[in-house]
Design a protein around this ligand. Structure first.
Ligand code: NDP
Ligand code: 2IT
Length: 447
C-alpha cells in the first residue's frame, strides 16, 4: 500500500481506537485512492488525507426531556461538522439507540464525498442522538425534539449547517424540530431540509433517495444492456429509502420479493406490488407497526424473524436500504451463487468490506452508497435552492433534476474509475471523483 496512505490509516487507528464504523469507512475510502494519491504529490504535501479524514468539529450536548408520565429522561445529542470546503455542512440527523460517535463520524465522512458528487455546493456533516423514537408518543417525540433543537440551533443556519432526516427522523421529527427553531429564533431561516410541503419543503424529497437509488441502478444495468423489467429485486428495510426504492423498482417492471425491518424480513413470492407497498407505507408511517403483520395479512407471504433478505430467495438485483453492515460475506456469496447481477446501496455502508470485495471480484455491478443514495441529499440541495429563491418547483421539474443528477453521478464515477483503468469499479470512481473536488478546494482555500 502507498506509504502516505498507510501512515494516515495508522494514525487514524491510533487516534480513534474502537470506533469500528468510522475506521471501516476511512479504510475503504483511503485504500481506493491509492492511484490518485501516487499520481498527485500535492495531496501529501498539503496533508489532505489527515485533514479530510478528521471532522472540523464535533458538538456534543445533553438532551433532557420529559416523558408522558412526567419523568425526566436524558439523552446525548451530537452534530459532527465534518468538512465545509465546498459549501455549508449538510447531512442528516439519526435518532436510534445505537447512535454513537463512531457511527456519526462514519456517516459524516461519507457525506463529504457524497455531497461533492451531487455537484451542488454542500459540505458534509451528520448528527443525531441515541434517543429511540420507537414506542414513544407524538408528545414525547415533540418534547425530545424541542430539547434537541434548544441546543442545536446555536450551530446551524442556511449558510452554516443544514441538517435533515436519516434513520428515525422523518417528516414528524423535522416538523417538531423546525417548529422549535422558528419559535426560538423568530425566523423562518431554511435551516433544515425534508420540510413539509406547506412550510418550505420540496416536492419529491420523500421519494428522492429511493428513486435516485433505482435511477443509479438503471444506469449500471444499461452498461450490460439490462433493465429492471422482469428482474427479481430484493429490498431490505421498510423505511423511507426502502419504500421509495421498492416503489420505483415496481414502476419499472421489477418484481420486488422482500422487505425487512430490524425484527426480521418478509418474503412474498407473488411480489410486493404497488397496492401491497401502499399497505406497508400505511403500516410503517401511520400505524408505526411491525413488518411481521404483512405475512399475517397477505396469503403466500412468509415472515422470517431475525433474518435479512439476501439468503431467502434468488434475485437479479439487491437494494440494501436499511442500515450499515447489513450485507456480509456470507450474504454476498449467496447473492453471487444465486446469479445476482447488481447491488445498489440505498443505505450508507450496508455492505461490509469483505462482501464488497467479493461482489466486485465476481463481476457484480456494485453501486456504493455515496454515489447510489446521493439522490436524497441532492434533492435536499434542490430544496435549499428553492428556499433561497422563494419558489416551489413542480414534481416533474424536481424529479427530472434528480434523475439527471443520478445519471451524471454514474457517468462521473465511471469515468473517474476508467481514468485509473477499472471502469466497472464504482467504489474507486465515486471515491476519486468525490475526493478530488473537496481536496482541490481545500488546497485552494489554504490552511
Ligand atoms: P428509516 O428510519 O425511515 O428506516 C430505516 C429502516 O431500516 C427501518 O425499516 C428500520 O427498521 C431498519 N433498520 C434500522 N436500523 C436497523 C438495524 N440496526 N438492523 C436492521 N434494520 C434496521 O430510515 P431511512 O430509510 O431514512 O434510512 C435508511 C438508510 O438509508 C440509512 O443507512 C440512512 O443513512 C440511509 N440514507 C437515508 C437518506 C434519506 O434521505 N433518508 C439519504 C441517504 C441515505 P425498524 O423500523 O425496525 O427500525
Ligand atoms: O445520508 C444521507 O444522505 C441523508 N440522510 C440525507 C441527508 C440530507 O441532508 O438530505
Amino acid at each position: 500500500m502507498n506509504e502516505y496512505i498507510s501512515s494516515v490509516l495508522e494514525m487514524q487507528h491510533r487516534r480513534n481506537a474502537g470506533q469500528t464504523e468510522f475506521l471501516q469507512s476511512v479504510t475503504e475510502v483511503l485504500c481506493s485512492l491509492e492511484k490518485l494519491i501516487a499520481a498527485n504529490p500535492k495531496y501529501k504535501k498539503n496533508k489532505i488525507l489527515e485533514r479530510i479524514s478528521m471532522p472540523d468539529r464535533i458538538i456534543i450536548f445533553q438532551v433532557p426531556w420529559s416523558d408522558d408520565k412526567g419523568e425526566i429522561q436524558v439523552n446525548t445529542g451530537y452534530r459532527v461538522q465534518f468538512n465545509n470546503a465546498i459549501g455549508p455542512y449538510k447531512g442528516g440527523l439519526r435518532f436510534h439507540p445505537s447512535v454513537n460517535l463512531s457511527i456519526l463520524k462514519f456517516l459524516g465522512f461519507e457525506q463529504v464525498f457524497m455531497n461533492s458528487l451531487t455537484t451542488l455546493p454542500m459540505g458534509g456533516g451528520k448528527g443525531g442522538s441515541d434517543f429511540d423514537p420507537k414506542g414513544r408518543t407524538d408528545t414525547e417525540v415533540m418534547s425530545f425534539c424541542r430539547s434537541f433543537m434548544r441546543e442545536l440551533h446555536h450551530y446551524i443556519g442556511p449558510d452554516i449547517d443544514v441538517p435533515a432526516g436519516d434513520i428515525g427522523v422523518g417528516g414528524r421529527e423535522i416538523g417538531y424540530l423546525y417548529g422549535s427553531f422558528q419559535r426560538m429564533t423568530h425566523t423562518n431561516a431554511a435551516v433544515l431540509t425534508g420540510k413539509g410541503l406547506n412550510w418550505g419543503g420540496s416536492r419529491i424529497r420523500p421519494e428522492a433517495t429511493g428513486y435516485g437509488n433505482v435511477y443509479f441502478a438503471e444506469e449500471m444495468l444499461k452498461t450490460r444492456n439490462r433493465t429492471f423489467e422482469g428482474m427479481r429485486v430484493l429490498v431490505s428495510g421498510a423505511g423511507n429509502v426502502a419504500q421509495y426504492a421498492a416503489a420505483k423498482a415496481i414502476q419499472l417492471g421489477g418484481l420486488v420479493l422482500t422487505m425487512s425491518d430490524s425484527s426480521g424480513a418478509i418474503y412474498d413470492p407473488n411480489g410486493i406490488d404497488a397496492e401491497k407497498l401502499h399497505w406497508i407505507q400505511e403500516l410503517k408511517n401511520v400505524r408505526r407497526g411491525r413488518l411481521r403483520e404483512y405475512a399475517e395479512h397477505f396469503t403466500g407471504a412468509k415472515y422470517f424473524e431475525g433474518a435479512r433478505p439476501w439468503q431467502l430467495t434468488p434475485c437479479d438485483i439487491a437494494l440494501p436500504c436499511a442500515t450499515q453492515n447489513e450485507l456480509d460475506l456470507e450474504d454476498a456469496k449467496a447473492l453471487v451463487k444465486n446469479g445476482c447481477l447488481c447491488v445498489s446501496e440505498g443505505a450508507n455502508m450496508p455492505t461490509n468490506l469483505e462482501a464488497t470485495e467479493y461482489l466486485q471480484a465476481n463481476n457484480v455491478l456494485f453501486g456504493p452508497g455515496k454515489a447510489a443514495n446521493a439522490g436524497g441529499v441532492a434533492t435536499s440541495g434542490l430544496e435549499m435552492s428553492q428556499n433561497a429563491i422563494r419558489m416551489n418547483w413542480t414534481s416533474e421539474e424536481v424529479n427530472e433534476r434528480l434523475r439527471s443528477i443520478m445519471v451524471n453521478i454514474h457517468a462521473t464515477a465511471r469515468s473517474a474509475a476508467a481514468e485509473f483503468g477499472e471502469p466497472d469499479n464504482y467504489v474507486m470512481g465515486a471515491n476519486v471523483a468525490g475526493f478530488r473536488k473537496v481536496a482541490d478546494s481545500m488546497i485552494d482555500l489554504g490552511i
